[in-house]
Design a protein around this ligand. Structure first.
Ligand code: EPZ
Length: 433
């Protein structure tokens, strides 16, 4: 299994662009099922979650071609409505296939996606919405069988929580349904807007994406189109935090600053100077980061839960005590145990973590616990004098395209080691932590 090896305490500086948004491209790839033809998606990041999505599309009958960061999908010959368990398990967010397959085939059979490292990930909001479209749900046998033999009809759907995935599934099921669908308390994330932009370019009639109320007028068919995926705001935030933690200076080019806005105020409170101009963001770190009094993760446009582990890493080396409350997922603090191996001082109770910043971290051997926790451990390693090893980096490869190359480009000493490149560990290098 690959590892990332970091020799820390190097200042990051430079300018980079940012990969396409994982949480945008996944539902957009599913949406190509609804287009009975060819879709061309540009700025598609090379990630294992994208590979898993493509595998499912091909299983369903699509032909998919990749040319660098462009993916060409022909969904003319879709002839299956089921996703086998082994493919469902490869990616947590495969539940978003439900709306796409149901909208195209009139029925869908998925194995229950199950929980993951950050929580139980229930799908009740998804299933209740599909029933409101007129589908029958049978989840008795572990798999979820959705059937809409009479077709799907528009509905008024109020979400008890602004679930991103449920909002996406509802939009996917609504675009070809008979009549109009209204979603209230919809998720407002930029990835929802990107999905709606793609579908409207294909001839759908979606209004209000990005607001709390979204209206979809069902149409008879969609046609193929070309679309460029928005830059990844979570990856952008991650690299900004890496620069902040290493006393560096980073400029991001060709991003959408408003998507990253929720992260600016905590970084400014920590002493970072952030300037925005057009599609550029520049961050200058202070000599010593200051504590961030309180961070609460919230649905967009609140502070993103997907940046919680990374901002916690920043607070471990900030002067003073910071408090972090994780309001979105019930067990998204698994990275704390690994942070303690670096000498971080963190106590956690339920959804609240209290971080007392330390002057110095020491290097450590750690294991990535999940996607965002894993990259946050790399950030810790960037700040620790000496050699840090992060293993189980398959978690990180789900959402970050060659992070070792990005960090190295910015001046860090970061390498990916495959198993057969395992280094000889000298006895004096073994840190008994
Ligand atoms: C999406 O997950 C993202 N994944 C997550 O990013 C992100 O953390 C999350 O939205 C919140 O922003 C993708 O887009 C692929 P939710 P999703 O439905 O759709 C509860 C990453 O690191 N809920 O908004 O699964 C749920 O338990 C990943 O890139 C129900 O109770 O998130 C959670 O507490 C991690 N019932 C809350 O809502 C449901 O039917 C938010 O979940 C659905 C959700």
């Amino acid at each position: 299994m690959d590892k990332i090896v970091i020799n820390g305490k190097r200042r990051l500086s430079g300018e980079i662009s940012v990969q396409g948004a994982k949480n945008s491209v996944l539902p957009i790839l599913v949406a190509t099922l609804l287009v009975n033809g060819v879709s061309v998606i540009h700025n598609c990041p090379c990630l294992s979650d994208v590979d898993a999505t493509v595998k499912i599309l091909e299983y369903l009958g699509c032909t998919v071609k990749r040319e660098g960061h462009t993916v060409i999908i022909d969904s003319s010959d879709v002839n299956r409505f089921d996703v086998p368990d082994n493919l469902m398990r490869e990616m947590r967010s495969s539940i978003v296939f439900l709306g796409g397959i149901l909208g195209r085939m009139g029925k869908a059979e998925l194995s229950a996606p199950g929980g993951c490292e950050i929580g139980l990930r229930p799908i009740d909001l998804h299933l209740t919405a599909m029933e409101q479209f007129g589908a029958t749900i049978d989840s008795s046998g572990g798999a979820v069988l959705c059937n809409a033999s009479e077709g799907l009809h528009g509905a008024h759907i109020n979400l008890s929580f602004p679930s991103v995935g449920a909002t996406e599934n509802i939009i996917l099921a609504a675009v070809l349904a008979e009549g109009t669908t209204t979603i209230t308390n919809a998720a407002r994330e930029p990835e929802i807007c990107d999905l709606a932009d793609f579908l409207n370019r294909c001839g759908a009639k979606i209004h209000g994406a990005g607001d709390g109320t979204v209206t979809v007028e069902g149409v008879k068919k969609l046609h193929g189109t070309e679309h460029t995926v928005i830059p990844d705001r979570i990856v952008a935030s991650t690299y900004m935090i890496a620069a902040a933690m290493t006393g560096g200076r980073l400029c991001l080019k060709d991003v959408i600053p408003s998507h990253i806005g929720p992260v600016f105020s905590p970084l400014r409170e920590a002493g970072c100077d952030i300037t925005v101009s057009g599609r550029w963001i520049c961050l200058e770190a202070p000599r010593r980061l200051r504590r961030i009094k309180m961070i609460r993760t919230m649905p967009y446009p609140g502070f993103p839960t997907d940046v919680q582990a990374q901002i916690m890493a920043l607070t471990t080396v900030a002067e003073g005590t910071s408090v972090i409350v994780e309001n979105i997922f019930e067990s998204r603090f698994k990275h704390i145990g690994e942070f303690l191996r670096f000498g971080a001082k963190i106590s956690a109770e339920g959804r609240m973590a209290v971080v007392e910043g330390v002057k110095e971290l020491h290097p450590a051997f750690v294991k990535a616990t999940d996607l965002r926790g894993g990259i946050a451990m790399v950030l810790e390693g960037l700040c620790a004098e000496g050699e840090t090893t992060v293993s189980d980096i398959y978690h990180i490869d789900r959402g970050y395209e060659e992070p070792e190359n990005v960090f190295s480009f910015l001046g860090a000493d970061v390498k990916r080691m495959t198993d057969n490149e395992r280094k000889e560990v000298k006895p004096e290098e073994i840190i008994l932590s």
